[in-house]
Ligand binder design. Structure first.
Ligand code: ATP
Length: 233
């Protein structure tokens, strides 16, 4: 089943056009990546999905319904979760308090604190520590956990592995794979091919505010040189 689609979306910041007729879709159960260099338009695509940006033309479609006019909180209630690039951890709240906020605000469902602590045992160890005492990898785990606790059907992740050491990246990739295997649909943004190749089923390459290429991960491997050129800085 198709969960989400953007159809021919044009998006602007003032007079500057950031997205040109972008169309993407995500089916239930998939892991899909948006890949591209800095400033390509990837974050803007996620913001358009979650309603932080409204397209000047084009449509946002959720399970076949036109939801272009919906606001971010309404899209959240429909089942779209979002982990922003800056993670937005509350520094002065404990790990547990950071998680409790999501539990209180979100939808109820299969993702509970118990399940989160099974997925990320380090968060249980750190439950009473302040958010700003966590390492970058732990903060990312907390940010993902908080989004999971709102029980979305589609989870958007903006550069979840940015700035993290290779071993931590591998750990996060394993966690994201398990989260997907447990039924969560994922759409993630990355600047290079490393994580998308390991994790995603399908890929969109974004450059200059347009989708330049899309295909399966096998297609990506077959066209790797061409795609490396599209995303190299
Ligand atoms: P990054 O990896 O840096 O996050 P990105 O691929 O996510 O890059 P976007 O952040 O979506 O790219 O930016 C796309 C274009 O829109 C860029 O030209 C950027 O300068 C512009 N842009 C993004 N945010 C704003 C803003 N708040 N105001 C004006 N222009 C913006």
């Amino acid at each position: 089943m198709k969960l989400l689609a953007l159809e021919s979306c044009n998006v602007t910041y003032g007079k500057a056009q950031a997205l040109h007729s972008v169309s993407i879709e995500v089916a239930q159960g998939e892991v899909v990546s948006l890949i591209g260099r800095n400033g390509a338009g990837k974050s803007t695509i996620l913001k358009t999905i979650i309603g932080l940006k409204q397209p000047v033309s084009g449509r946002r479609v959720w399970k076949g319904d036109d939801v272009t006019a919906r606001l971010p909180n309404q899209l959240g209630r429909l089942g779209i979760g979002y982990v922003p690039e800056d993670r937005r951890i509350f520094d002065n709240l404990t790990v547990h308090e950071n998680l409790r906020i999501a539990t209180v605000m979100g939808r109820t469902g299969a993702w509970t604190e118990t399940r989160i602590f099974e997925m990320f045992p380090v968060l249980l160890d750190r439950a009473s520590q302040a958010g700003n005492t966590l390492s970058g990898g732990e903060q990312q785990m907390l940010a993902i956990s908080r989004a999971l606790l709102t029980n979305p059907e589609l989870l958007l992740l903006d550069e979840p592995t940015e700035g993290l050491a290779p071993l931590i990246v591998d750990e996060l990739v394993d966690s994201m794979r398990r989260i997907n295997e447990e039924g969560m649909t994922l759409l993630l943004v990355e600047q290079n091919l490393r994580v998308p190749m390991k994790l995603a089923h399908r890929q969109y390459v974004v450059d200059n505010g347009t989708v330049q290429w899309s295909g399966t991960t096998a297609d990506l491997l077959a066209n790797r040189e061409e795609i490396e050129k599209l995303i190299s800085v």
